[in-house]
Design a protein around this ligand. Structure first.
Ligand code: IMP
Ligand code: MG
Length: 186
């Protein structure tokens, strides 16, 4: 599959834009201000969960106007068919000792919540000064575990979405907006 998709095939799967660049931009400005106001003067770390959150993190950190640090972590969920098994492997860990920081986890989307609840448990066990969760997108109708974001920028129905960091088979992360994926298109 890698490198075999034509531009025509790529475009045909983009069903419709559900969140525009402008909508994303103004929601991020608001949250950036909120975070700047409440974390000013405190040591805090934005923890980006790769890969999906890299675009959101890049824009969010530039909407923050006070000193902050950034860390990256890669979490891989294992699936039995299409169902997440709840087994999560950390394929790349943070380099920071988070016991010295107020931590804000930055995620692209919370779907069943299983991936993130594992990450939250792991980070909590390392005793951060505090721990909050910011997600760009939330699909609450799909939740199977008890997990709630402290800040969620957009709540969406049970669509499979692509763009702005979110992929389907590793493609579409580069779209500047969030779109619904058209599974049935050729
Ligand atoms: P969860 O463990 O079910 O919450 O899975 C979350 C992960 O699944 C996200 O970090 C995404 O990588 C992926 N995911 C869930 N829903 C979507 C979607 O609509 N589009 C693209 N990726 C998704
Ligand atoms: Mg992800």
């Amino acid at each position: 599959m890698m490198g075999t998709k034509t531009t025509e095939e790529f475009n045909s799967k983009i069903k419709r834009i559900i969140i525009t660049e402008d909508q994303i931009k103004s929601a991020i400005e608001k949250v950036g201000k909120e975070i700047s106001d409440s974390y000013d003067g405190r040591p805090f770390l934005l923890v980006s969960i790769l890969k999906g959150s890299f675009v959101f993190l890049a824009d969010l950190c530039r909407a923050i106007t006070v000193p902050c640090e950034i860390g990256f972590m890669c979490a891989k969920s294992y699936y039995a068919g299409t169902v997440s098994t709840g087994v999560v492997k950390i394929t790349m860990d943070l380099e920071q000792d988070i016991s010295k920081y107020h931590v804000i986890i930055v995620e692209d989307i919370i779907d069943t919540g299983r991936t993130l609840s594992n990450v939250v448990d792991l980070l909590k066990s390392r005793n951060p000064l505090s721990l909050k969760l910011v997600t760009l997108l939330d699909k609450p109708s799909r939740r199977t575990v008890d997990l709630k974001a402290d800040i969620s920028l957009f709540t969406i129905p049970d669509y499979f979405v692509i763009g702005y960091g979110l992929d389907c088979g590793e493609y579409y992360r580069n779209l500047p907006y969030i779109a619904e994926y058209n599974e049935n298109a050729k």
